[in-house]
Write a protein that binds this ligand. Sequence first.
Ligand code: FEO
Length: 407
Amino acid sequence: MARVYEAIPIAEGFYWVGAVDWGLRDFHGYATHRGTTYNSYLMTTPSGRNVVFDGVKEPFVDVMLSRIASVVDPASVDVVVSNHAEMDHSGGLPGLCTALSPSRILASQAGVRNLSMQLEGFGGVTAVGDGETVDLGGEQVVFMETRMLHWPDSMFSYLPSRRILVSQDAFGMHLASAGLFAHRVGRELLREEAGRYYANILLPYSTLVTKLLSKVAAAGLTLDIIAPDHGPVWVEGRDPGPSFITGLYREWAAQRPTRKAVISFDTMWKSTEMMASSIAEGLEAGGANPVVLPLHGSHRSDVASELLEAGALILGTPTINNNIFPTVADLVAYLRGLRRQNLVGAAFGSYGWSGEGVKQLSAAMAEMKIDLLHPGLSIQFRPDGSTLSACRELGSAIAARLAAGEA
Ligand code: FEO
């Protein structure tokens, strides 16, 4: 294998051998404004029977092989561990395993099933159990199932001798960078991109995140390094280190409401937009922090990201052919799946003929278990002074509820 790319050393005998995808702007419906990385790791062992943790997206297999070849003879890779069988990691496994011919491929029980179904002719994967310790080339590796974080097959690999946690998607983010380490990235950017990742990928499983953090603490695992499958690696003793991201996960998993209120809407003739502005004014006057995201300029995943640390969701729609406006319906479908808890909110909008949009939107928001503070503020054609005043009152009422929730 040609040595074009270099591995990056992380710790003694532990290297990053992944790939940077600078141009990625969409990850199954989530806008990745800053690209991503597919992180794979090489552990060298005293026996010379080396281990690779996780693959890369299929087009990047040659990059990965090249990085491995910068450290060891690729033929020395004896074991490939698949911590997560989503295609951005498992898609490259056939090419990788064809090139490396490992004697074993390890995955969780569900990982074995998923790999056999998604990769035709790709058999021979061995299951490891939750809490099982396996000797790989003279190095102990402990496997910990993290079912539904965020797939049924997900698991962690922990390397006790190096105190390294290979955490697959958990504690990661979509952030392409030439530097591998979190302490080389500003805290604000880390918080923003890790938050976007949590909001768009992990949020529905927040209860499991809380349990997992307790399980890791109870197991007494020392985390000198957290090596996720996307974005920067967290190193203890550097700022920010592993406790920065585990602390943020604890906070985000709790989904405590704040005074931030997210207003998102689309508009046909600016009437619904006028209503959004007045609701924002009412929120502001009431001491809340409105964030206004028109859907003709904002991506659904930007709304989800803003919602992570919010207390209210206020959605606006015109009515088109007796229905919610398509971009708003798209947003609702996306947010419904993310199952954000502890929100108050309301629906609003203008219509021309019949006005079903706001009623349908209110019903959808109620289904999402949003505590609706208004049955749906719906007006025909252009809002006048009194309807805009009603919008401001709605904003103030929501602000008051958010303030009461903080008390
Ligand atoms: Fe990075 Fe769930 O795949």
